[in-house]
Ligand binder design. Structure first.
Ligand code: NAD
Ligand code: UDP
Length: 340
């Protein structure tokens, strides 16, 4: 029996991908240090899929612990989600971010090589495009970073590119996610940010459920149709399906490819607020606030390469995204901490 190893499998995207993999008949192991997640997520994944998932607690920087996993289980490929992802925190704790994300990835790859497992799907991000000069953004756009989080993703992309140059028998896919939102339609698993959410969708959801007074819209004077920032929001269930496709693709491929996972459509902050209110019939009070330092006006994908190489494209609508985000939030006002 062979397994797919998910590092960070208990997190937001990892748990949805675990569910998609189990439903597709894969055997799945999650290896997570629970620094930003809870074991409840994977218990619910197992219930939803009506199947077992091996859940291991450990840190990707712990080479001995990782080696023990590879020794015990026959792993065919790794989907590497484990990482820290808060931009603001990364500027305050750069060493922690580089250690966790970059050093952690190097350790993971060393162990993979030792056990001759050379198929890797890596969670990269549209953040590697920095402030792109043109939209939609394709995979050949120049890369840059403006904060340690983005820099860590960029460094990992370079490290993996160098690895494939030196050892061409690796098969690596760099999945550059745009803005993941939404939740499984059961409302059982979803995004559970610690403290005050940085991202738009969880903030809107927490305002709607009454946990926060109002949303601050960061800037209404951007060169966009309504002046608010434009992003490519992608439903996390579509994103999870993209990982399945990437794993299938790697079964017959070597080398490294960067692939955007986005819808190709940009929505503004006001579009998101209005869609959330009207679809869910709930008020989302907001105020216009100053721009957030470091934010860009507009960012959305050209998703053609994903369709061409993986046969993947996003299927969920904006309505699905806001409805499913709200269902998760309403059913779990305190996330996994205190679900009802
Ligand atoms: P998440 O925080 O929900 O999941 C990450 C998981 O990794 C968590 O369960 C955490 O406990 C675990 N983890 C962190 N460091 C670890 C370590 N050293 N060892 C073992 N486990 C560790 O985040 P997510 O939204 O699911 O993101 C998954 C990946 O996708 C991350 O690498 C993130 O940078 C990337 N990404 C996320 C977004 C987004 O907006 N959510 C966008 C682009 C890229
Ligand atoms: N945003 C906002 N208020 C918030 C959080 C986000 O107006 O409380 C805006 C932000 O300025 C950007 C968009 O929503 O235009 C998406 O922000 P998010 O942090 O979710 O993603 P990112 O900026 O990293 O793409």
């Amino acid at each position: 029996m062979t397994y797919i190893l998910l590092t960070g499998g208990a997190g937001y995207i990892g748990s949805h991908t675990a569910l998609a993999l189990l439903r597709a008949g894969y055997q799945v192991i999650s290896f997570d240090n629970y620094s930003n997640s809870s074991t409840t997520a994977l218990q619910r994944v197992a219930q939803l899929a009506n199947s077992n998932i091996i859940t291991l607690s450990g840190d990707i920087r712990d080479e001995a612990a990782l080696s023990a996993v590879f020794r015990q289980y026959q792993i065919s490929a790794v989907v590497h989600f484990a990482g820290l992802k808060a931009v603001g925190e990364s500027t305050e704790m750069p060493l922690h971010y580089y250690d966790n994300n970059v050093a952690g990835t190097v350790t993971l790859c060393r162990v993979m090589r030792e056990f001759k497992v050379k198929k890797l799907v890596f969670s990269s991000s549209a953040t590697v495009y920095g402030d792109a000069k043109t939209v939609p953004i394709d995979e050949t756009a120049p890369r840059s970073a403006t904060n340690p989080y983005g820099q860590s993703k960029l460094m990992i992309e370079h490290i993996l590119e160098d690895l494939v140059k030196a050892e061409p028998d690796w098969g690596i896919t760099l999945l550059r996610y745009f803005n993941p939102v939404g939740a499984d339609s059961s409302g059982q698993i979803g995004e559970d940010p610690n403290g005050i959410p940085n991202n738009l969708m969880p903030f809107i959801s927490q305002v709607a459920v009454g946990k926060r007074d109002k949303l601050s819209i960061f800037g209404d004077d951007y060169p966009t149709p309504d002046g608010t920032g434009v992003r490519d929001y992608i439903h996390v269930v579509d994103l999870a399906a993209g990982h399945l496709k990437a794993l299938q693709y790697l079964e017959s491929q070597q080398g490294i490819e960067a692939i955007n996972l986005g819808t190709g459509t940009g929505y503004s902050v006001l579009d998101m607020v209005k869609a959330f209110s009207s679809v869910n019939k709930v008020a989302v009070p907001y105020q216009i606030a100053p721009r957030r330092p470091g934010d860009i006006a507009s960012c959305y994908a050209r998703p053609d390469k994903a369709l061409k190489l993986l046969g993947w494209q996003a299927e969920k609508t904006l309505e699905d995204m806001v409805r499913d985000s709200w269902r998760w939030q309403r059913q779990n006002p305190n996330g996994y901490g205190n679900s009802n």
